[in-house]
Every structure is written in C-alpha cells, then in structure tokens.
Design a protein around this ligand. Structure first.
Ligand code: TYM
Length: 336
C-alpha cells in the first residue's frame, strides 16, 4: 500500500562567526534549534558573509567559522539530521541578496536598529553592506522557504522586514516565497549583560558576557560579580523594570534549568543575592560543561568538520538554487 507522505515544515537560522559564541546566542537561539529534526527539516548556517560588514581578521574568521560548526554540533545539532553549512559556500545567498536589494526600500533599511547601532559603533566604516545587510538576511531566509526562524528578540525587526519583502515580491509575481514566522523563546529571548543589565549580552562587552568555551572558574567569577540591584531589598523577585539585574539572572536560571519563574521565586524565598548568584553560575557552568568538552574534541578533527561543510553545502545549494531559479525567471532574466 502506498503511504501518504506529508512534507515536513522547515526551520532555518544563522549566527555570524564574528566573535566567540556566548550565552545569549545559546539561550536566545541555538538551544531552541536542537531536537527539532523529527518535526522540521532544519537548516543552520554560519553567516560569514554578514561578518565582513565590519572589518575582520581573515585567519580569525576562518578559524571561528569552523569552531562555530563544532559548537553547533556539540549543542546537539546532529549533522546527519540537520543541514549545517557555511553561507559563503552557497552563492545563491549573494545572488538573491542582490535581487532583494532591488525590492527593499531605502526608508525601510534606514529604520533598522542594528544598522543604527552598528553605524554608531563603527562610524569610520559605514559601508553599503552594513546598510543593505537586511536584504541579504532576507535572502538567507527566503531561499529555503522556511516556516519558522528561531532567533533572539534583537532579530525580530529583520524577520519582519523579510516578511514585508516577501509579500511585496509575491504581490508582484505570485506565490514565490513562503512567509516565515520568527520564533522567539520565552526566557532566553534577550539575555542582558551581567555587569550592565540595561544592555544586551554581547561580545563587545566581554566583562558582562559569558562565552560558551569559557573556563568554569571564569564563569563563576562573572556571576559572583554580576550587578544585582541597588535597592535595599536583597530579595529574589521578578521585576524586570525595577530589578533588571535580578530578573536577568532569573531568566538565565530558568532557561538553563527549565524551571519556571514562580518555581525560582519559591526556591529562593527568604534568601538574598549572595546565595542566588553562585547557584545561577553553577547552573550555567553545568549547562555549558558538556558543550565545551564536546566542542573541544570536535575542533581537533578538521577533516570531519570540512566533510560536514561539504555535505551541508551540497544540500543547501540544491535547495537554494531551486528558489533562485524561480526568482530569476519571475523577474525576467533570460534562461539558458
Ligand atoms: P547574531 O549573529 O548577532 O546573533 C545570533 C543569534 O543569537 C541571538 N542573540 C541573543 N539572544 C538573546 N540574548 C542575547 N543577548 C543575544 N545576542 C544574540 C540573536 O537574536 C540571533 O538569533 N542577522 C543575524 C544573523 C543572521 C540570521 C540570518 C539569523 C544572518 N542571516 C537568517 C536568522 C536567519 C545576527 O546578526 O545574529
């Protein structure tokens, strides 16, 4: 008897290998990517083309791209069940990126917060790539016709622009692109800096940032020094507006232990910051320990990692080129 097959939904996301991966990248993104392959056809990539909007040291970029792949696998992304690839190995990203540049408005790009932040930080290098970056990101996404894009809160605006570009294109040419939804986790969506809880955790503020490959003693030191709040209350209560430091630690603890905020509040009733901070540190250390150990082991096996890049590129190129061919035909490029 012939079995009826239903196509799996598609999930896709990427991270720039512009610095060492940190706890925000893990809790905001990678953690939600793992164990999805039963239900979704999953594509995860190293967004290396995006990194050169800011100057990179070439050798470091190469090394970090491969290390990032090792970390993806160590975080539970089985390369047999997920398509893991490097963005620059799939030329269709740049090709569709150009087409979508012509369907993205100057005004839309001017409103992007990441552009405003990065151009303020790199005032001596406000290049055209930094400005048009969201159309390349739209191409990254739309090539694979995904249903869901699992990202942290800071990428929501880019995902919304992607949807607008896709709708604009579809209105002109018919149903070429699927309209994807961002998928943002509840607790890890916006992890804040440990020593400046009003800024998001980022590699550019290393003192308040926990890196995935960092030593346990360094992680513990950062948590013990984490800024809690300057009130005299010294109690563990979830109040992001008035107690952002404590709320951030509670979010981190919740995301690492899968406990709810209510459970955490009950667990620390009657206890102060001094008791809470090292417990959160320990939870993070134990979450990251197996990832760090496995990634360290994988990083030494360059041949294995290169092989995964090759297989990933093959599958990604196949899927991406199907969409690109459709787009080229629709806009009127002469077919060979
Ligand atoms: P990037 O490389 O800055 O960050 C990668 C992912 O990590 C999440 N993230 C955080 N989540 C919670 N708290 C934080 N402090 C934190 N910092 C980072 C980000 O939201 C993101 O999900 N433009 C993207 C990369 C990209 C992409 C794509 C993503 C390129 N093409 C296509 C999805 C689909 C970026 O710069 O993320």
């Amino acid at each position: 008897m012939e079995e009826k097959t239903t196509a799996k939904k598609v999930m896709l996301s990427g991270i720039q290998p512009s610095g060492d991966l940190h706890l925000g990248n893990y809790l905001g993104a990678i953690k939600t990517w793992a164990n999805r392959s039963e239900l979704y056809d999953c594509y995860y990539f190293m967004a290396d083309m995006h990194t050169i909007t800011v100057r990179q040291t070439p050798a470091d970029l190469r090394r970090r791209t491969l290390e990032q792949l090792a970390i993806y696998i160590a975080c539970g992304l089985d390369p047999e069940k997920n398509t893991l690839f490097v963005q620059s190995h799939v030329p269709a990203h740049a090709q569709l990126g150009w087409v979508l540049d012509c369907y993205t408005m100057f005004g839309e790009l001017s409103r992007m917060t990441q552009f405003k932040d990065k151009s303020a930080k790199h005032a001596d290098n406000i290049n055209a790539g930094l400005f048009t970056y969201p159309s390349l990101m739209a191409a990254d996404i739309l090539l694979y016709q995904p249903d869901l894009i699992p990202v942290g809160q800071d990428q929501k605006q880019h995902c919304e622009l992607t949807r607008d570009i896709a709708r604009r294109f579809n209105n002109l040419y018919g149903e070429v692109f699927k309209i994807p939804e961002p998928f943002i986790p509840k607790e890890g969506a916006r992890i804040m800096s440990l020593n400046a809880p009003d800024s998001k955790m980022s590699k550019s503020m290393p003192d308040g940032c926990v890196f995935l490959m960092e030593k346990p003693e360094d992680i513990m030191r950062k948590f013990k020094r984490a800024i809690t709040d300057s009130d005299t209350e010294n109690c563990i209560r979830y109040d992001p507006e008035n107690k952002p430091g404590v709320a951030n630690l509670m979010n981190i603890y919740a995301a690492c232990t899968d406990k709810t905020i209510d459970e955490i509040t009950a667990e620390f009733e009657g206890k102060g910051y001094g008791a809470f901070k090292p417990v959160v540190g320990e939870a993070v250390v134990e979450t990251l320990r197996p990832i760090r150990e496995e990634a360290q082991r994988l990083i030494t096996d360059k041949a294995y990692l290169s092989d995964i890049c090759k297989k990933g590129a093959e599958k990604a190129n196949y899927v991406a080129n199907k969409t690109l061919r459709k787009v080229y035909k629709k806009v009127g490029f002469l077919q060979l």
